[in-house]
Write a protein that binds this ligand. Structure first.
Ligand code: NDP
Ligand code: 2IT
Length: 445
């Protein structure tokens, strides 16, 4: 594989798609050695076939706000690769959404879904629509307008969208309602559905729970656990919330959360009624940091800063891409961090990853550590197909097993002669091997 030539060609074809090129480079760098040992991959030109999505649907989404004004947003679905199963991946609604971000997320999703061992291909979609400050009726009208285009290319054996930033249970409800009306089918095509109409129990918590289970496995390799550890996390969305609950259950104290305006340091720990309070704030679309610092006076609000300057044993970045840079990684290492486990997708910059690996930190990349969300989506699809509903305990047991297995696969492909596990390499190689084998089996298509 001529890595620099591939990246240069992609840069020429897709100028300015920074996040997409960043994600492709990271994967190619870590699979290069194994790829070169398997000449059949190069004969089939697997890399060029894998780095471009199968197709991208881009559409406009006109919708009317509560005052009667018409707005137009852009909508997308990137169907990246369906070698091992139908396209599967979330929808993101956030003003920063563009093709580069959705291509990076769709590309990552291929390997993440492969790691879960469930039959799911990779895809991602979304819109630059900003849900902040919108009324529930505006959200509903936007979701309905979005689905008017999206429904043409999705289906339970074709492409199964779910949530991501800005898309939770409420949005999935509105999207599913419109899909059902247009298609005339109640076929479970979206995941993250409400529990009364085909949703799986613990899907909302699954990404965060899975992240903590993955981190627990990493800690075990050094004879450590969450018991008594100080944890710093970022964001306060779906993934952060699930991670805090599970880390606290396992005996840790979580001391930070963040929003785009700064972070909260709460030395007493964030758990119990504080979580309920935060969830209420989020449900009413409010920023979380300032009100939290008024409600719980021991907590400090650090405006315009990121939580990675706080002394902690474990860091769980759970907000968004590139939210932890080389400088942040340096501070974490200096403060003695043992493990970093990514609830978000690609939250650490390449410089940060290098610092973690150089310093032998237990570093779990998002595509392994946050795979519990999509894995539980896969379990939701299984329940829908069987017309059954498993208990929360049953789903969590399966989720836990999947995360332990993902960790084992990462160790298999990532262990170095000195015993250090490079989980980046482990996750990328393990994810790639299955997809590559499936592509070879199915011929040039
Ligand atoms: P949510 O919308 O529930 O929460 C997102 C959180 O991140 C919020 O606290 C939000 O703050 C913050 N945030 C979003 N964008 C930015 C930004 N540009 N700068 C700073 N903060 C930001 O999303 P999720 O919890 O679902 O997703 C979080 C991450 O986890 C994403 O990277 C997502 O791709 C990843 N992920 C999600 C999965 C899922 O099942 N939902 C599965 C696997 C990964 P605020 O609301 O105040 O703007
Ligand atoms: O990034 C992700 O894995 C998700 N947003 C979840 C995707 C899914 O299909 O559940």
């Amino acid at each position: 594989m001529d890595l620099e030539k591939i990246i240069n060609n992609l840069e020429k074809k897709h100028p300015g798609e920074i996040e997409y090129l960043q994600a492709v480079r990271e994967v190619l760098e870590s699979i290069e050695e194994m790829y070169n040992q398997n000449p059949q991959f190069e004969t089939a030109n697997l890399i060029e076939r894998l780095v471009e999505p199968d197709r991208v649907l881009m559409f406009k989404v006109p919708w009317v706000d509560d005052s009667g004004k018409t707005h137009v947003n852009l909508g997308y679905r990137v169907q990246f690769n369906n070698a091992i199963g139908p396209y599967k991946g979330g929808l993101r609604f956030h003003p920063s959404v563009n093709l580069s971000i959705l291509k990076f997320l769709g590309f990552e999703q291929i390997f993440k879904n492969s790691l879960t061992s469930l039959p799911m291909g990779g895809g991602k979609g979304g819109s630059d629509f900003d849900p902040k400050g919108k009324s529930t009726n505006e959200i509903m009208r936007f979701c309905q307008a979005f689905m008017l285009e999206l429904w043409k290319i999705i289906g339970p054996d074709q492409d199964i969208p779910a949530g991501d930033i800005g898309v939770g249970g409420r949005e999935i409800g509105f999207l599913y309602g419109m899909f059902k009306k247009l298609s005339g089918e109640h076929n479970g095509v979206l995941t993250g559905k409400g529990r009364n109409w085909g949703g799986s129990l613990i899907r909302p918590e699954a990404t965060g729970f899975g992240n903590v289970y993955f981190c627990q496995e990493m800690l075990k390799t050094r004879g450590q656990s969450f018991e008594g550890k100080i944890v710093a996390t970022s964001g306060f969305g779906n993934v952060t919330w699930g991670s805090i609950i599970k880390a606290t259950q396992l005996g840790a104290k979580v001391v930070t959360i963040s929003g785009p305006d700064g972070y909260i340091y709460d030395p007493d720990g964030i758990s119990g009624e504080k979580i309920d309070y935060l969830l209420e704030l989020r449900a009413s679309n409010q920023d979380i940091c300032k009100p939290y610092s008024y409600e719980f006076p021991n907590a400090q609000f650090h405006q315009g800063k990121r939580p990675w300057e706080v002394k902690c044993d474990i860091a769980l970045p759970c907000a968004t891409q590139n939210e932890l840079d080389g400088n942040d990684a340096g501070m974490l290492v200096e403060n003695g961090v043992i493990a970093v486990s990514e609830g978000a997708n690609m939250p650490s910059t390449p410089e940060a990853i290098e610092i973690f690996l150089e310093n032998k930190v237990l570093y779990g990349p998002g595509k392994a550590a946050n795979a519990g969300g999509v894995a539980t989506s896969g379990l939701e699809q299984s329940q829908n197909a069987m017309k059954l509903s498993w208990t929360a305990e049953e789903v969590e047991k399966r989720l836990h097993e999947i995360m332990v297995n993902i960790h084992t696969s990462c160790v298999k492909y990532g262990i170095q002669p000195d015993g250090f596990v490079n989980y980046v390499r482990g996750a990328n190689v393990a994810g790639f091997m299955k997809v590559a084998g499936s592509m070879l089996d199915q011929g040039v298509i």
